[in-house]
Ligand binder design. Structure first.
Ligand code: ADP
Length: 378
């Protein structure tokens, strides 16, 4: 009987699981938020992922439930587990991708390298942290942030007044996360895959470049990384996957500091933008690996196929109504570059696709990927 994986969420991450699902002979079913989403090509149901009954009904049609995003509420996740449904990653792990304060506390317990941090509930607490950390810090809302929304660099405690006011109105109460402003050389991402039965494989650590809080470019592996930091990053990734009991793909976003340390920034428990290079650059791409992992099948080899892979995101801009014509021009001009499109209506700043280039000369690969992506600018 064909195995069926159910993905909650119909975005591009679910969409990119479709091709490997077809290849390895499993069925992919998607619970999409609405009609016409990026993953609508798969067998899709449409429904609200916050509604317990909707998600339960969907889950009963598949062998395992996994996710395109981390927003399914804990009570819904727990109801699935209570109903005997296989959920990967499970609620106990996902909690730490949903709430940055819980994540910081748990990673401290696991002894993971992190920025200094504190939970603050008012301006006095925030001012104290600022005074102890050179007068600048990063304030974050623990839940619901993405692409840099919910992250603010502050120099005076009053700059977070609106967030404190929102907390005061929230019946659940809670606190803001404040972190030292890390002096970093660059940002890295370490991905690992882990099966429920324990097998674990680490991808090479990559360099990620963000623009306006959004991932713009990824270079795999991270150029000029010391062997020691590469080992530390892999140890941190596997340590977190095991320590939190993550199943499926885990991405650990990190800072490489100017004094040669790595510090964990945040976690994603699903395929991740920093791993799109692996579709064309690794023996086993992250989307196939995620499917293998959540089905508890033997993991594939995460090694790079060639020396370098570079991924550049394509963001929909004001002019991108002509995307289709541009795809053909990119294909003609860059036959060695792989195009990935998400079937989304272009909107300014919205991720609508990416390109991957691979090869043995980093300058050539960077040039190819950037030149191909540049067709979509402006
Ligand atoms: P999001 O959940 O929106 O992706 P992140 O926590 O990853 O938010 O932060 C977004 C960006 O803000 C990071 O990629 C990094 O560039 C910057 N940033 C976050 N935390 C810190 C920090 N403690 N020190 C310096 N820069 C930070």
């Amino acid at each position: 009987m064909t195995l069926r994986v159910g993905v909650v969420g119909g975005g591009q991450l679910a969409r990119m699981m479709i091709a490997p699902a077809v290849e390895i002979g499993i069925e992919l079913c998607v619970l999409a938020e609405q009609d016409g989403m990026a993953a609508g090509l798969a067998a899709s149901a449409v429904g609200d992922y916050r509604d317990e009954q909707t998600v339960l009904d969907f889950a009963r049609t598949v062998d395992v439930v996994t996710f395109d995003h981390e927003h399914v509420p804990q009570p819904v996740l727990r109801a699935l587990v209570d109903a005997g449904i296989a959920v990967h990653p499970g609620p106990d792990a996902l909690l730490y991708a949903q709430d940055k304060l819980l994540m910081r506390a748990r990673l401290d317990e696991l002894g993971m390298p992190q920025p200094d941090w504190a939970a603050v509930t008012d301006t006095t607490g925030l001012q104290r942290f600022l005074d102890e950390h050179g007068g600048r810090a990063v304030v974050k809302t623990p839940r619901g942030g993405y692409d840099g929304k919910g992250v603010r660099v502050v120099e005076t405690a009053t700059e977070a007044d609106d967030w404190f006011a929102a907390l005061a109105e929230d019946a659940r109460g809670g606190a803001l996360l404040v972190e030292e402003l890390v002096d970093f050389r660059r940002e890295l991402s370490q991905q690992v895959a882990r099966r429920p039965s324990g097998q674990i494989r680490a991808y090479p650590v990559v360099e990620t470049v963000q623009r306006d809080g959004v991932c713009a470019e990824v270079i795999a592996p991270a150029p000029h990384l010391s062997a020691r930091l590469g080992e530390v990053a892999a140890e941190v990734g596997t340590g977190i996957a095991e320590g939190l009991g993550v199943t499926g793909m885990l991405a650990v976003e990190m800072f490489e500091t100017t004094d040669d340390r790595v510090l964990v920034n945040e976690l994603a428990m699903r395929p991740h933008n920093s791993g799109h290079w692996s579709q064309d650059g690794a023996v086993t791409g992250q989307f196939e690996q995620h499917l293998r992992a959540v089905l508890d099948l033997p993991l594939g080899d995460p090694s790079p196929r060639q020396e370098w892979a570079v991924m550049v995101n394509i963001l929909g801009g004001p002019q991108s109504d002509a995307l289709d014509a541009r795809f053909a021009r990119v294909m003609a001009a860059h036959p060695g570059v792989k195009l990935h499109t998400y079937g989304k209506d272009p909107r300014p700043g919205r991720k609508v696709g990416h390109v991957n280039a691979v090869g043995d000369d980093l300058d050539d690969v960077v040039y190819d990927a950037r030149a191909a992506a540049a067709f979509f600018e402006g």
